[in-house]
Design a protein around this ligand. Structure first.
Ligand code: SF4
Length: 213
């Protein structure tokens, strides 16, 4: 983790981390951009989030947009129709149940439509400064298994296994480090093991072919 902390400096921040930084960790922007980011490339997430936040920056203003308007603003993120519906429903609930604020507990966040553990964990880490959560997406799941930290089949299993396998001081950073590494070096197909700062420590479990670059 120390080696990755140094190495990620030369790469761009993941889209949601950048949005968190630019919005001063605003929980609403982190929540909505994380919802948009699922199975979507970072540049698409960043552009869609910027278009949406230019029109509406609070749950109250966003709840007033029609689903069709939200769809148009966030297109072409994957599943933009589903996500537009979830964004609208979530904003309504935030206004009606939480006085226009994003709640700060896992239980409450999981009641919002389209919000799973990945999104809830990221909101808790980035906006509520939780030190008790690990956010596991597909990059964290894949790399943790390649490194042999865990042996799991799903991101949900990985999250629980990582609480046991890693020191808690690293929990808030695991997502940032492994997502950045996964986007740039430890790619899903043909990881760039030759350019990897932790290749000496990595058993490369399940890696069959690597990139020559
Ligand atoms: S050595 Fe290869 S498999 Fe291991 S973390 Fe680095 S890029 Fe990924």
């Amino acid at each position: 983790m120390r080696a990755l902390a140094r190495a990620i400096d030369q790469h761009d921040l993941p889209a949601v981390e950048k949005i968190a930084q630019e919005s001063r960790e605003d929980p609403f922007e982190v929540l909505i951009s994380t919802m948009l980011s699922a199975q979507t490339r970072d540049p698409v997430t960043a552009a869609a989030s910027a278009r949406l936040f230019r029109v509406a920056r609070t749950p109250r203003t966003m709840a007033k947009l029609t689903t069709t308007r939200i769809e148009r603003l966030i297109y072409p993120v994957s599943f933009y129709r589903h996500k537009a519906t979830h964004v609208k429903q979530t904003c309504r609930i935030l206004v009606e149940r939480y006085r226009g604020r994003v709640p700060g507990t896992m239980e409450e966040l999981l009641t919002l439509p389209g919000v799973g553990r990945k999104t809830a964990n990221l909101v808790l880490i980035l906006s509520f400064k939780s030190l008790q959560n690990i956010c596991v997406d597909t990059h964290v799941h894949r790399i943790s298994n390649r490194l042999g930290w865990v042996q799991t089949r799903t991101p949900e299993e990985t999250e629980q296994a990582l609480y046991k396998a890693t020191a808690d001081r690293w929990w808030p950073f695991i997502n940032l480090y492994l997502v950045t590494w996964g986007q740039n070096v430890c790619k899903p197909v043909y990881p760039r093991c030759g350019a990897c700062v932790i290749r000496e420590q990595c058993p490369r479990i399940g890696v069959e072919r690597t990139s020559v670059r």
